[in-house]
Structures are given as structure tokens and as C-alpha cells.
Ligand binder design. Structure first.
Ligand code: SF4
Length: 164
């Protein structure tokens, strides 16, 4: 059975991002996994009920997805709207969907307040980034789903290979 990989829908080029665009990840490994039927696309922010396009959002105060889940931080739109609930709801749905689909690994785009896994933006909307998990990535890790970023395709391939 080919492995099932939950992938951020925007990486498949689907126009689900806040700006109404996708962010296609062009790479031979992606093409191979696509051809083998391994990739299952999902957008947690849309699943949480947010519209597309939508205002950009960041986790406040230099905090991260784990802080959001612990109730220590909110996810705020640049316009000031509090979208914490939608982000948490969408992340939980993404975990449930991954389980339904048999995905125990996820390939998520870095930098997003949902999908980021090695860095996110600091809540100042100034472009400043810091190490940390987005809300969905944090929920995935808590659920035991291994998360790889779009810059870790080789590591993901090695992980799948090693598992056999
Ligand atoms: S929530 Fe994730 S999948 Fe959806 S647009 Fe943002 S980064 Fe892409």
C-alpha cells in the first residue's frame, strides 16, 4: 500500500490561501507521490469556516500554536478580528481527516499560522519570523502525526523509506 501523506492544499496549487492563490510545490518527489496516489490535500483554515480570500492572520505576541491550544494566545487578523476558534476548529478537523484517510505523516507549508512547523510570523505583521509551530501543526504533533515542512521533502522521503 502506498503511504498516505496529508498535504497543505495550497502546496498542490489549490487557490485556498488568504490571498486567494495557491503555492504549488514543484518537485519530482511531489510528482511521484501524486502519481502513486499518496497525497491527500486539506486546508485547515477553510475547514474552520474561514472565507477565501481572507485577511492575513498571525499568532499574537511572538507565541505559537501550542500557546494557542493552551489558551495563552490568540490568532488575530491584520484587521483585528479574532479567528482563534476557526483556526483550532480547522486544525482539529485536519487531524480527524488525516486519521480517516490513514495519513500518519503530514507535509505542511512553513510559515503559516496554521501549517507552519519550523517557523511562523511573530504577530506584528512586519514580516518578522521566529521558530515555532502553527495551530494545525501543533495539533498534528500532539496527535502523533509526523509533520514535515515543504523544505523537508528529502527527510520525508527518507522517513517513508525507512518505515518500509
Ligand atoms: S491553512 Fe494551510 S493549507 Fe490552508 S492556505 Fe493556509 S497554509 Fe495553505
Amino acid at each position: 500500500m502506498p503511504p498516505k501523506i496529508l498535504i497543505s492544499a495550497c502546496l498542490l496549487g489549490r487557490p485556498v490561501r488568504y490571498d486567494g492563490k495557491g503555492k504549488l510545490l514543484a518537485d519530482p518527489l511531489i510528482e511521484r507521490w501524486k502519481a502513486e496516489g499518496c497525497l491527500v490535500g486539506y486546508c485547515p483554515e477553510q475547514a474552520g469556516g474561514l472565507p477565501t480570500p481572507r485577511p492575513p492572520a498571525e499568532i499574537e505576541g511572538g507565541m505559537n500554536g501550542e500557546d494557542v491550544l493552551a489558551g495563552r494566545a490568540r490568532v488575530l487578523e491584520v484587521t483585528g478580528g479574532d479567528v482563534t476558534e476557526a483556526f483550532v476548529e480547522g486544525g482539529k478537523k485536519a487531524v480527524a481527516f488525516a486519521r480517516e484517510q490513514g495519513c500518519d505523516v503530514a507535509l505542511l507549508i512553513d510559515g503559516s499560522p496554521s501549517c507552519g512547523s519550523s517557523f511562523i510570523y511573530d504577530g506584528s505583521f512586519s514580516g518578522a519570523r521566529h521558530p515555532g509551530l502553527g495551530v494545525t501543526a501543533a495539533l498534528m504533533r500532539q496527535a502523533g502525526i509526523e509533520v514535515f515542512s515543504d523544505r523537508e521533502l528529502d527527510q520525508l522521503a527518507a522517513h517513508i523509506e525507512a518505515r518500509g
